[in-house]
Design a protein around this ligand. Structure first.
Ligand SMILES: *[C@@H]1O[C@H](CO)[C@@H](O)[C@H](O)[C@H]1NC(C)=O
Ligand SMILES: *[C@@H]1O[C@H](CO)[C@@H](O)[C@H](O)[C@H]1NC(C)=O
Ligand SMILES: *[C@@H]1O[C@H](CO)[C@@H](O)[C@H](O)[C@H]1NC(C)=O
Length: 250
């Protein structure tokens, strides 16, 4: 009996001395996932249990996606805390880890889920010659992802009748117009994105189909004219010399 009690006490002692760290955040994370938005500020604090001397902040290290964070570069509060300000698109999906220096198994992580709208809310003018091709492009990278609808003059685009092609890889969506015809393709296009967080946005394209221009090869023409002019000038100079030579003896 005495031996058992002794062992239990030893175990208790051992358990209370197990070193552990936990990351606490503002705003609060749920299930290791911290939801925030671009331009916001996030504070992470590495909490230590009794096994770690709280006064010894040097024992703690921070990692961002596995790379050690140089706290001097960051908006540093003190070693225990990390301030991410401002949160950017590039922080989406990033994992911040606090660990005990010299014992990587004592660690705690938090993942960022950064919401941001697609970067499009503008108007562009596009000029295309008759029978040429043109590509309209919209950056649609966003979190949460958006749905895209191409419209022409307010109507959902009929992809088949207008010989249009579209692609969307979640980062860029393209609308390809082949062999532009003024009566079919001239008009106002929009890539309309629908975000469950940011609502409806888009980029407007005013597409003008211009007459085909017969191009005059200007470069070679100028070169030709210069050669002719030079020949004339040299001819005149040499002729003047012979005239002068002729006159001199007199
Ligand atoms: C963090 O701790 C866990 C559990 O102790 C371990 O499996 C993992 O490898 C540690 N992470 C790193 C980066 O060492
Ligand atoms: C888009 O632009 C309009 C005016 O140009 C502005 O009122 C609106 O707030 C902008 N929307 C976003 C999401 O930036
Ligand atoms: C945007 O999407 C939501 C569902 O995600 C839908 O209810 C809404 O009607 C859509 N708005 C437009 C203008 O398509």
């Amino acid at each position: 009996m005495k031996v058992l009690v002794g062992v239990s006490l030893l175990l208790l002692c051992f358990v209370s001395r197990v070193k552990a760290v936990t990351v606490e955040s503002c705003p609060l994370a749920t299930g290791g996932l911290l939801q925030t938005e671009v331009e916001k500020t996030v504070t992470l604090t590495c909490m230590t249990d009794e096994g770690i001397d709280p006064s010894n902040q040097k024992e703690l290290q921070w990692f961002r996606n596995g790379a050690q964070v140089n706290l001097a570069e960051e908006n540093r509060l003190y070693r225990r805390s990390l301030c991410v300000q401002p949160v950017t698109k590039e922080d989406n999906g990033v994992v911040f880890t606090c660990q005990l220096k010299g014992d990587a198994t004592v660690n705690s992580s938090i993942e960022f889920d950064v919401q941001f709208p697609p970067d499009l809310n503008d108007t562009k003018e596009v000029f295309v010659e008759e029978t040429s091709d043109v590509v309209l492009s919209c950056g649609v990278r966003a979190n949460p992802p958006v749905t895209v609808t191409w419209k022409k003059d307010g109507e959902v685009l009929d992809l088949i009748s207008g010989s249009y092609k579209t692609t969307n890889n979640g980062i860029t969506t393209l609308l390809l117009i082949t062999k532009a015809k003024r009566d079919v393709h001239q008009g106002t296009y929009i890539c309309e994105v629908n975000s469950s967080v940011y609502g409806i946005m888009g980029r407007t394209f005013i597409v003008m189909v211009e007459d085909k221009v017969l191009r005059f090869p200007l470069g070679p023409t100028i070169a030709g004219v210069v050669v002719v002019l030079c020949t004339i000038v040299f001819a005149m100079i040499s002729r003047r010399n012979t005239i002068i030579k002729c006159i001199k003896p007199n």
